[in-house]
Design a protein around this ligand. Structure first.
Ligand code: CA
Ligand code: CA
Ligand code: CA
Length: 803
């Protein structure tokens, strides 16, 4: 009896997007509803969660009826598919100086998170001058709208005045084609908003970072920026570290802990820089400039490296890691189409050229078109990412788990648009927010198919198993269970003390845990069903352990080295006596068993376990565990029983030809197993005949006379004498068995004429010998001169004599 202590700590781990209780939201066909999306939560005036969905090709309303300005929708978290409402922004238009037709409002949408602000942009918003004149100009500067948490304009920061290229020199080489808002982001400290404007400066591109903090503004702190790569005051395109047509600002992000801990770093993708693409790390200087810190270059021409960027701490080392999408990466041979580069942060020393890990998509899949920090989906402490591949079949989203070593390159989960009846699935991804209050962040995925899908995360139960065997080894002389904290599993092994033979190999323990499945419930139309938890996929839900026996008597090395020796002798034992009489030995010193009156053969066996050198008992002076004695008996002998010491146990097979005996477990050192180890053996009754067959030849001649002419034995002819000698060179047989002599002779011819006539049998030494049938001898009762002779005159007969 011993106990195993199992501590079960439900931790939070694994991976876990539920695909059976997904929420679907649909928009009008052709509106690109789902081109962008963001999970959002407002706290005021009422707590509510939303999926914000951009539909950049949505038709206009009111004044904009007849045009396609695009729109932002908010979708409540309900099972209903068509309950998204248009967010009421941007309804006005001044025809004399702007155009909102095809402005792509909703091309991007971002949320600061719970209770935070929201931004959505229209990167093709046009400023117009001299409308309807021949000298009319159109400048797609782009524009963004900032909204308060409830998606209304509540403070000075809200509204659509976020268009920094307005009022600046126009023309494509300056700010006429800024396309502000093709990317947009909030800093994690919520103080700044980032705008990508990839068309600025002849498509060099630009990123602008601007204060977005009403409290700071209320305090009169205005002088923190704005910042631009070309310097917000100087507007010096030379300061931008990539060539023209690089599209810097196509993607933007920011994070602490990229260049150094505690410092905010900005990330801007430039997917056409030097034709390979690049990603630039920047930081604010003290005035108005974003200063480049490091540039990552793409590895392949036209791979669009930097099309998408994301930041998260994948390996939880406190340093933010960088994820870069290159959706046009191409390797026809390897059938790769699209790649994602994962740069684990080398403690801010990016110049050391830490080699990225490349995740590959399938051919033509545009894998990496979106990369997204989706938070710690499984709550294991490592950030997780999602990668969209909208042209992989009907579109797929791959979930990759961060891990201690960086990232698990095999996706933890693949969401396939086909399973949700969505095409071009994975065009946009938003995560990091817990929509259903189960403490696990959820993920929404958009498409180019006017639909979005919300995937909720199931709680992940990580069972931390820790088997403590107490005592750590089984000591056969101890059994106790002390009080302890935690769950104490007492495993009873009633056989431990008695019947376990093998005390050398440990007892294996296997502990398996599962979650009892929850019966499916009806989907409520009003409330989201609570998702059942799942078990973490790793480590396995089966734990193996083993309990060792305390190997007493095996020395310090715990290796049992014994010195078993066996000796034996045969003997006999008088009936009803324990007297052991060794069998006599022949000249070859072999014990001789004669077929005399000893019916019991006794085998006396002595087994010793003594160290070969008593001075060095550690060499081979240990206990012998599970020692066995196997006795194989010849055919003439069979096992009848034994008188053995108590610790021994013997068992014979069915015909008694083999006996297996346990010598005791263990045979202790310095011990001798002997005392009256008696095997009673019986002689088999059907012993092999020891007599030889003898052959001789007999010829006869003379006149043939009839039977009626015989009046005495002498008339028959010459007498033939046969002498049989039956000898037993060993001991006399008693009642062990009988010896028989069968005599056969030529008796008669085919015409029934006599050949050899059996006259008589005489015996010497055993006068009581009888033969049968008696009628076979001298059947004509003829008188002869010598009755002691066996005269055989006949054709053949048989006689059977018991000797
Ligand atoms: Ca890291
Ligand atoms: Ca994780
Ligand atoms: Ca959740």
């Amino acid at each position: 009896l011993f106990k195993a202590l199992v501590l079960c700590l439900p931790l939070i781990w694994g991976f876990n997007l539920d695909t059976t209780h997904t929420l679907h939201k649909l928009g009008d066909p052709g509106t690109f509803f789902g081109f962008s999306l963001a999970l959002h939560q407002q706290r005021n005036p009422d707590p509510q969660s939303w999926i914000l969905v951009g539909a950049p090709r949505a038709a206009g309303q009111g004044k904009l009826t007849g045009s396609r300005p695009g729109a932002l929708f908010r979708c409540p978290i309900t099972p209903e598919e068509y309950d998204c409402e248009r967010v009421d922004i941007d309804g006005d238009v001044r025809w004399d100086r702007e155009s909102k037709h095809n402005q792509w409002l909703g091309v991007t949408v971002k949320s600061q998170g719970i209770g935070g602000k929201v931004v959505t942009c229209a990167h093709l918003y046009e400023l117009r001058q001299r409308v309807n004149q021949s000298s009319e100009t159109r400048d797609p500067i782009g524009r963004c709208y900032v909204l308060s948490e409830d998606l209304t304009n509540r403070d000075d920061l809200d509204g659509g005045e976020w268009k920094f290229c307005e009022g600046r020199p126009q023309g494509h080489e300056q700010f006429g084609f800024c396309q502000q808002g093709l990317s947009v982001s909030f800093t994690p400290d919520k103080n700044f908003i980032l705008f990508g404007a990839p068309g600025t400066y002849n498509w060099k591109g630009e990123m602008r970072v601007q204060l977005l903090n009403q409290t700071l503004l209320d305090l009169g702190i205005y002088d923190d920026g704005p910042y631009e790569v070309a310097d917000e005051k100087q507007l010096n395109a030379q300061l931008i570290p990539v060539p023209y047509h690089s599209y810097l600002g196509f993607s933007v992000d920011s994070a602490m802990g990229i260049m150094s801990l505690g410092e905010l770093t900005f990330v801007a993708g430039a997917p056409r820089a030097n034709h390979t693409g690049a990603v630039v790390l920047l930081k604010k200087d003290n005035v108005y400039r974003l200063v480049p810190q490091h540039i990552f270059w793409g590895e392949e021409l036209a791979s669009s490296f930097g099309y998408s960027v994301a930041t998260t701490d994948l390996n939880s080392d406190g340093w933010t890691d960088l994820i870069v999408g290159a959706p046009n990466f191409f390797d026809r041979k390897a059938e790769i189409g699209g790649a994602v580069y994962v740069y684990l942060n080398p403690f801010g020393h990016w110049d050391d050229q830490a080699r990225p890990i490349r995740l590959n998509g399938t051919y033509d899949s545009m894998f990496g078109m979106t990369v997204s920090n989706v938070g710690d989906l499984d709550q294991d402490g490592y950030g997780d990412i999602a990668v969209g591949a909208p042209f992989d079949g009907d579109g797929k989203v791959f979930i990759y788990r961060g891990s201690k070593s960086g990232i698990e390159t095999k996706p933890a989960q693949v969401l396939d648009g086909r399973d949700f009846d969505v095409r071009r699935f994975g065009y946009s991804i938003s995560g990091g927010l817990d929509i259903d209050n189960n403490h696990y962040p959820d993920v929404a995925v958009g498409s180019l198919n006017d639909s979005v899908v919300l995937f909720r995360s199931r709680p992940v139960i990580h069972v931390k198993r820790d088997i403590t065997i107490d005592p750590p080894q089984i000591d056969l002389e101890q059994s106790n269970c002390k009080d302890r904290d935690g769950v104490c599993l007492i495993l009873h092994f009633p056989s431990v003390q008695e019947n376990i033979r093998d005390k050398l190999r440990p007892i294996s323990l296997v502990i398996t845990h599962t979650i009892k499945p929850v019966p499916p419930r009806r989907h409520s139309a009003k409330r989201l069903e609570k998702l059942p938890p799942i078990l973490n996929v790793s480590p396995s839900n089966t734990l193996h352990s083993e309990v060792n026996f305390l190997r007493e008597g095996c020395g310090n090395d715990k290796i049992c080295q014994s010195n078993l020796k066996l000796s034996y002798q045969f003997g006999t034992r008088p009936l009803n006596s324990d007297l052991f009489i060794p069998l006599p030995k022949d000249e070859d010193d072999v014990q001789v068993f004669s077929l005399s009156d000893q019916r019991l053969v006794v085998l006396d066996i002595t087994v010793t376990n003594m160290p070969s050198d008593p001075l060095y008992p550690e060499e081979d002076g240990d206990d012998a565990h599970a020692a066995q004695l196997i006795i194989s008996l010849p055919n003439t002998l069979s096992y009848a029983g034994s008188r053995i010491p108590e610790q021994m146990r013997c068992q014979a097979n069915q015909n008694g030809s083999q006996v297996e005996c346990d010598l005791g477990n263990p045979v202790k050192r310095n011990s001798k197993v002997r005392q009256n180890c008696v095997f009673i053996v019986k002689l088999n009754k059907r012993s092999k005949n020891i007599f030889k067959k003898l052959y001789s030849h007999l010829f006869f001649s003379g006149a043939v006379r009839g039977e009626s002419a015989m009046s005495s034995l002498d008339d028959i002819g010459s007498a033939v004498d046969f002498e049989f000698v039956v000898a037993n060179p060993g001991q006399a047989l008693q009642t062990l068995g009988s010896a028989f002599l069968n005599i056969m002779w030529p008796y008669e011819l085919a015409n029934e004429k006599w050949l050899l006539y059996p006259a008589s049998l005489t015996f010497q030494g055993h006068p009581e010998t009888q033969c049968s049938p008696t009628s076979a001898l001298n059947p004509l009762k003829l008188q002869g001169s010598s009755p002691a002779e066996l005269g055989s005159h006949g054709v053949g007969g048989a006689s059977h004599c018991r000797l």
